[in-house]
Design a binder for this molecule. Sequence first.
Ligand SMILES: Cc1cc2nc3c(=O)[nH]c(=O)nc-3n(C[C@H](O)[C@H](O)[C@H](O)COP(=O)(O)OP(=O)(O)OC[C@H]3O[C@@H](n4cnc5c(N)ncnc54)[C@H](O)[C@@H]3O)c2cc1C
Length: 387
Amino acid sequence: MSTLADVVVIGAGVHGATVAYHLAKAGAGRVIVVDKAGVAGGPTAKSGAMLRPIFTEAPYIQLVMRSIEMLEHWDDVVGGDAGFVERGFLRITRNFSEADLGGNLDLMKSLGAEFEILGLDALKTRVPDAEFVGDELGLWLPRSGFADPVLTTRTLARAAQRRGVEIWEGTQVTGLLARDSRISGVQTDRELIHTRTVVNCAGPWSAQLAAGIGVELPIETHRGGTSLFQRPEALPVGSPIFSDGVHQVYFREVNDHVLRAAHFGWTKHQVDPDTYDETISSEQYLGLRDDLRKRFRSMRRSVYAGGFSAIYDMTPDAHPIIGNVGGIDGFWCNCGWSGNGFASAAAVGEPIVDLMQGKTPGVDLSLFAWPRPPSTKIRPDAHWVRR
Ligand SMILES: Cc1cc2nc3c(=O)[nH]c(=O)nc-3n(C[C@H](O)[C@H](O)[C@H](O)COP(=O)(O)OP(=O)(O)OC[C@H]3O[C@@H](n4cnc5c(N)ncnc54)[C@H](O)[C@@H]3O)c2cc1C
């Protein structure tokens, strides 16, 4: 059995969903999204889903700001509820260097990102539960927050479906087909799809799929732990995201009773995305709790409420791989987001579709081409791996 499609999107995580949504808006013909699990059935479901435009490169700042704008008006723009709450984001830091902050304040300001610098007294007033030492500062971003990653992905996917996109859930891509350096089809365990255009949004599985047509993508799968804690009384409901750059740990609310916390960055542990251990070890949980206790008095009496491990699709410089790759016509990638992909997702589908349709995108994605432009710098937080 076989069928014909104009575009096949592999993966229905938040990146497959955004590409499908923007393809549908652009009238790209018959689009089929294939996911071996289902919509938001992979790593996206475990995302912290936080959005804050702290970066050293313009495209990230532009994409995150645009995604926040979309989420602020999600029901009008996409349709439905993405669970977005604009609580604000507080980063505690010793200084505002790119290496320590992971952002360039001048660039952020020039692109219109809203933020306020807090001195020690302001920090103490804003977070009475926390302890600070002499040289610490705060960066407050009022228009930041977090969404529900599953609702965000589902609403994008359902909006794409309403515009005619087909989503084949529970269907596995078993191989890509290419002839004369051009995509010719996608083999699935349901049927063969003849197509001249594929978008690889398979996250940690992207490299394996690309290898099937002789394209090498430098994406490794790394595992990291998230812990849940009962909310201490001293941290009121509706608190912002607390991000402690000194101890490299953050937490945010899951609901009125539970907080989720994780270290920055990712672990150096490489795993197999199909068989990794989804639990959190006591060593990881205790390490997290110790770092939270260094800052927040109430976390010294915090009650552990469970946890999990999740996987990150990491590239060597921590930038995603976006564009036509490997000298294969019709082979597009949007993967390798390196633990950082939720915040840009809603908006990035549009410039990707522009590129696919030969238009000049509103956000310049050339930084994310593979191979990289020679001037590309490593994302500063790629150096923050400590565990
Ligand atoms: C714990 C955690 C916290 C995070 N927190 C944040 C955050 O606060 N802010 C932020 O910006 N980012 C965050 N991220 C990163 C962000 O969540 C990811 O970058 C993003 O969700 C990746 O989405 P994706 O669609 O690229 O990939 P995935 O979610 O990995 O989706 C890939 C999909 O491809 C499918 N697939 C794979 N192979 C095949 C095949 N052969 N056939 C069919 N289907 C296939 C899978 O089933 C899967 O559904 C976090 C990530 C994790 C794990």
